[in-house]
Design a protein around this ligand. Structure first.
Ligand SMILES: NC(=O)c1ccc[n+]([C@@H]2O[C@H](COP(=O)([O-])OP(=O)(O)OC[C@H]3O[C@@H](n4cnc5c(N)ncnc54)[C@H](O)[C@@H]3O)[C@@H](O)[C@H]2O)c1
Length: 461
């Protein structure tokens, strides 16, 4: 009897926003009418980890998302029986590919950033002690430049030496550029994929896997020569964005103070091709990446390369400005209400961006915390969240009451915001104020607000 060909196995360590969706995509790759790979997701055994494991194993995604493709990909993976999530590392022993997509958190701030590598070191040791000698390790986690050469490679080599493996390890650094939201899956598939590799064998195997992930008709896999080059590409890319956001904040201040139309100013600047992606005002910077990555180069320069000369002043200043951005909106609120007490505020959007239920480092959350600390009473309207963080007293997603609020702040575009009928405020009991921090309201509603002469501050006016 002909022996059934064993499928190649991919282990993805870390079932967060990056790892879970990568695993789902791998589990949907097809060959001969079946899945090409057996995909094992590995997640921590703690309470949050177990929640993710249970959700994914029962065909649900780890969080609410407006990308409908995620559900259909999960459904297909279930049908193909190609995805299984576990809390042990046993499958590493038989894996052909090991993708590392764990978090690497930043502690401290722009004055003294600290990174605790112990988790990444632990995982790398487990991988080095378990994998087959020809398995390929792909590091997707965002790391300070120099991490692959200083930490990952030496740990794998040390473990190979203990195991008397003489083969050079196959290691790839290929950072993730996913944008969670409406186009979550598309943002992985339709994107140039940058990588660097330890040797030709690793490169060949990486290309073999990712030719089925990336849409190679329009995009490509781009090799950089050294690990530190691809590590730096990720950090520079995100630092560039953070710096540009901070820069526009200065002009948002200036425009509001001097009653200028920032949107008109930005629109004429955008007519120059070189400037057409200029940033616009918003509440602030949030999410897991832009709130840490701009400090990674400063960290590695000091800690890995012992170089104290280049202090990455611009990146560090942008981090400070971006962190303080919610205070700017807070000051607007304080100026409107001076010392009035017992005021009620509706906040639309607590996630860090639209279309995904992720509130990590959300500027909206920072603003809510500050408002609550100063005795404002808040209700939050956000369809992508089931519960609010424990430290927030606010109530979530109530039936909207037109007579209840003194102020409505629109922070993240969500489907509840444009359901409000602004003409209902005409005869309501309270004099309502409205702030739109991030182009959340559509033109029809803005026209209505202006027609009704409601008090309106639009950061993007
Ligand atoms: N979220 C994004 O949009 C995004 C985009 C591009 C790049 N990245 C980068 O990708 C990496 C992962 O980001 P994320 O948003 O998915 O983080 P996350 O915190 O959502 O996911 C990381 C997961 O790894 C798990 N994990 C940690 N240690 C583990 C261990 N020892 N064993 C098993 N599981 C473990 C965590 O429990 C968590 O579920 C980060 O470096 C991040 O900067 C994130």
């Amino acid at each position: 009897m002909k022996k059934k060909k064993l499928k190649k196995k991919i282990c993805v360590v870390g079932m967060g926003y990056v790892g879970s969706v990568s695993a789902i995509i791998f589990a949907n790759i097809m060959e001969n009418k079946t899945s090409k790979y057996d995909v094992i997701g590995i997640e921590k055994n703690d309470k949050m980890g177990q929640e993710k494991i249970n959700k994914l194993n029962s065909g649900k995604f780890i969080t609410k998302t407006n990308d409908s493709k995620i559900q259909s990909y999960l459904k297909k993976a279930k049908k193909l029986n190609s995805l299984s999530i576990k809390s042990n590392y046993e499958d590493l022993k038989t894996a052909d590919y090991v993708v590392i997509a764990v978090n690497l958190d930043l502690k401290g701030n722009e004055n003294k950033p600290k990174i605790n590598f112990s988790n990444l070191i632990k995982i790398t040791n487990i991988i080095g002690a378990s994998i087959k000698k020809d398995a390929t390790i792909i590091l997707e986690t965002t790391v300070p430049p120099g991490t692959c050469d200083t930490i990952i490679m030496p740990i794998i080599l040390k473990n190979f030496k203990i195991r008397q493996i003489k083969t050079a390890p196959n290691i790839i650094h290929s950072y993730e550029r996913v944008t969670p939201g409406k186009n979550y899956i598309k943002s992985i598939k339709k994107s140039f994929r940058i990588y660097s590799s330890s040797n030709k064998e690793a490169e060949k195997k990486f290309k073999f896997l990712y030719r089925d992930v990336i849409d190679l008709k329009k995009f490509s896999l781009i090799k950089l020569d050294k690990f530190i080059e691809s590590e730096s590409a990720k950090i520079l890319e995100n630092s560039y964005r953070a710096v540009n956001i901070a820069f526009i904040q200065e002009w948002t201040h200036f425009s509001l103070e001097n009653k200028l139309s920032i949107s008109k100013i930005l629109n004429v600047i955008k007519l120059r091709k070189t400037h057409n992606n200029i940033m616009r005002p918003g509440l602030g910077v949030g999410g897991y990446c832009l709130t840490k990555d701009p400090l990674f180069a400063y960290f590695s320069n000091r800690e890995f390369f012992k170089n104290k000369n280049n202090k990455f002043e611009i990146s560090r200043t942008s981090m400070r400005i971006n962190r303080n951005m919610p205070n700017f909106t807070y000051k607007i609120v304080k100026d409107i209400f001076k010392n009035k007490k017992k005021l009620k505020i509706a906040v639309f959007g607590i996630t860090y961006k639209e279309d995904v239920g992720d509130i990590r480092f959300s500027p909206s959350k920072a603003l809510i915390e500050k408002l609550e600390k100063n005795n404002f009473n808040i209700d939050v309207y956000d369809p992508l969240i089931d519960k609010l963080p424990q430290n927030i007293k606010a109530k979530l997603n109530l039936k909207f009451d037109y007579d209840k609020y003194d102020l409505i702040i629109f922070i993240v575009k969500n489907k509840l915001a444009n359901k409000i009928n602004f003409s209902n405020f005409r005869n309501n009991k309270k004099k309502i104020h409205i702030i739109d921090t991030d182009n959340c309201l559509n033109k029809k509603n803005i026209d209505l607000i202006n027609k009704k002469k409601l008090k309106f501050i639009n950061l993007n006016a």
